[in-house]
Design a binder for this molecule. Structure first.
Ligand code: ATP
Ligand code: MG
Length: 306
């Protein structure tokens, strides 16, 4: 079976600036792959190249077995795209918006397909409401519906949940799951670390480079050979000044600390803190978070404050 997406050394330069820097990865049909990274790390630029909207400076990419350089025209009708700044017509109803896009895509049995996607994204009850009056969560679902009209087997979602409240984000992800279960491949960008949990595999972008792509447990295992601790009864500033502490941040009513590989055990960390004058210290091992992984990968100690 062809991979849904094959990317090798894909690179995009804007003048001297490298927005996407020799990125390589493969996505198999039916996967949900997250593409995570801070603002400006090259997520949208990657997607635009894969859609054939932007010519790569270097590298190779195939989408659904089609070459992005020479077969872009054939790719676009087969993939769905929910862009970061999706365009909906505020003065039209939800159903009218979909009808309009169904016309643009040349969808056959337009009426019926519009009704189907409204049902699919749970918008039937809102279908006659003007889009301008809909809450962000409903607008997001409508944009997804528009991207699904032509039954693509692969969809690119560019920060689909940004600006949407946590509840609506959850329901949106339920929807993504249903699509994936029905066999659709999903490539989704986000900068919400918590959404990583929903993705089968996760790519981590930083300054144009793909630092890793793997499952969340594998990322945590592979990239966090230091130890993570939850500490109560000691001061943040003390911990930050101690040897072997990579970073320490406030967490609830305690401190969360990342220590250098092999630097401490729970017992030795407690003793070290007692030696600093803290009488009642509690230390327990904690799970690495994706943020820990990200900071570790990016080698970015300056981010420790956040
Ligand atoms: N057409 C362009 N001309 C010049 N620079 C560009 C162009 N498009 C993008 N860039 C730059 O490339 C970098 C990557 O942009 P991109 O939009 O891919 O980032 P992103 O990861 O999608 O960020 P965000 O999370 O903000 O959407 C940014 O520094 C951006 O300013
Ligand atoms: Mg973007």
């Amino acid at each position: 079976m062809n991979p849904a997406i094959y990317v090798h050394d894909l690179t995009k330069k804007f003048g001297d600036f490298t927005a996407v820097d020799h990125v390589s990865f493969t996505v198999q049909p039916g996967e949900i792959v997250g593409y995570l990274g801070p603002n400006g790390s090259g997520k949208t630029t990657t997607i635009r190249m894969l859609l054939g909207l932007l010519q790569p400076t270097d590298g190779v990419a195939h989408v659904l077995g089609l070459d992005i350089r020479t077969q872009a025209e054939a790719i676009r009708p087969r993939v769905g795209y929910m862009s970061q700044k999706f365009a909906l017509y505020n003065e039209l109803t939800a159903a009218e918006n979909l009808d309009f896009y169904a016309g643009v895509y040349g969808v056959i049995n337009r009426r019926r397909r519009v009704a189907e996607v409204l049902e699919l994204v749970g918008l039937v009850k809102r279908s006659q409401e003007r889009v301008g009056g809909l809450a962000a969560g409903w607008r997001q679902r409508l944009a997804l519906a528009a991207a699904l009209l032509h039954r693509p087997s692969l969809i690119f979602l560019d920060e689909p949940t940004s600006g949407v409240d946590p509840n609506a984000r959850r329901t949106f992800w339920d929807l993504i799951y249903e699509l994936a279960e029905a066999g659709t491949t999903i490539f989704v960008t986000t900068h919400y670390m918590d959404e990583a949990e929903y993705c089968g595999r996760l790519g981590i972008m930083f300054r144009g480079r793909l630092l890793a792509m793997d499952t969340l447990p594998a990322l945590k295992e592979r990239y966090l050979d230091g130890a993570i601790w939850r500490i109560e009864g000691a001061l943040l500033a003390t911990l930050q000044a101690m040897a072997g502490i990579i970073r320490a941040t406030l967490s609830g009513d305690g401190v969360r600390a990342v220590t250098a590989p092999g630097a401490y055990t729970a017992v030795s960390l407690r003793s070290a803190l007692e030696a600093q004058g803290f009488a009642d210290v509690r230390v327990e091992a904690a799970e690495p978070s994706l943020e820990d992984v990200f900071i570790h990968l990016a080698g970015h100690k300056a981010a420790a404050g956040g």
